[in-house]
Ligand binder design. Structure first.
Ligand code: MF3
Ligand code: CO
Ligand code: CO
Length: 256
């Protein structure tokens, strides 16, 4: 399959789906406190998407996944499965990743949460990872290369003594959840395909305190750091405009 270009009306629908996904993260924020379980957070998001937003939680049934959110705590890089027995404790760092389908179109986004009072090294990981995403978003415009995105993320991560996960990447998105192109979070400037107006894709860097290597757990989903050190991730869904970028999953707390 080729990279799809979305027209104005299609981008309008992506904007609706993106906004709904962003609103799930805004809605769930006050519930993320020490003592809550990731399973409870998942239930709240499921009810909100289906009953309030009258939308579809894209993860449910996706390749056999059964939950609405991915909830990735501390050394979990991505695809952590919500669980009533997984109670958040003071000092944890948590990623919640959610995708909403509205009118057939997808919005995919994730953010990090500092649970209670976190150690400075964890706060720093979360902050630098968000900066990696923002720096990448800033350079998105027609004519920019996918390699420019990977390079700016890698440079910011490595200059802060972190590593970039290479085993998972961002992706094109539209009526299909994961489509071309693959958006790598490392790479070289002026390499890969050039961006065009109407392309929609995610950028979702996963940045590790230790080495870049990953391991998958026997549950078939959870991905952890091989060395057991912590990892952070932030994700937005973007549309390339005629002269730059629109962040379709922007939350109201953000000024991007
Ligand atoms: N939302 C994830 C992504 O950013 C994919 C999750 S798939 C699931 O692409 F099945 F694990 F939910
Ligand atoms: Co994604
Ligand atoms: Co996601």
């Amino acid at each position: 399959m080729k990279i799809t270009i979305k027209n104005k009306e299609e981008i309008n629908k992506m904007r609706v789906a993106g906004k709904l996904a962003a609103e799930v993260l805004e809605m769930i924020t006050p519930f993320v406190v020490p003592g809550v379980s990731t399973g409870e957070l998942d239930d709240i998001c499921y009810k909100y998407i289906t009953e309030v937003q009258k939308s579809i939680p894209a993860n449910v049934g996706y390749r056999g996944y059964e939950k609405t959110i991915c909830s990735s705590v501390n050394q979990v890089i991505c695809h952590g499965i919500p669980d009533k027995n997984k109670i958040l404790k003071n000092g944890d760092i948590l990623n919640i990743d959610v995708t909403v389908i509205k009118d057939g179109w997808h919005g995919d986004t994730s953010k990090m949460f500092l649970v209670g009072k976190c150690q400075p090294h964890n706060e720093r990981l979360v902050k630098i990872t968000q900066e990696c995403l923002y720096k990448a978003i800033e350079i998105v415009k027609p004519g920019a290369y996918l390699g420019d995105i990977g390079n700016i993320i890698q440079k910011h991560a490595e200059s802060n003594y972190y590593s970039v996960v290479e085993d998972y990447c961002g992706h094109g998105i539209g009526t299909v959840y994961h489509e071309e192109p693959q958006v790598l979070h490392y790479g070289n400037p002026n390499t890969g395909i050039q961006l065009k107006e109407g392309m929609c894709f995610t950028i979702e860097p996963m940045i590790n305190q230790g080495s870049k290597y990953t391991k998958s757990l026997s549950d078939g989903w959870t991905v952890e750091t091989k060395d057991g050190r912590n990892s952070a991730q932030w994700e937005h869904t973007l549309a390339v405009t005629n002269d730059g970028v629109e962040v379709l999953t922007k939350r109201s707390e953000e000024s991007i």
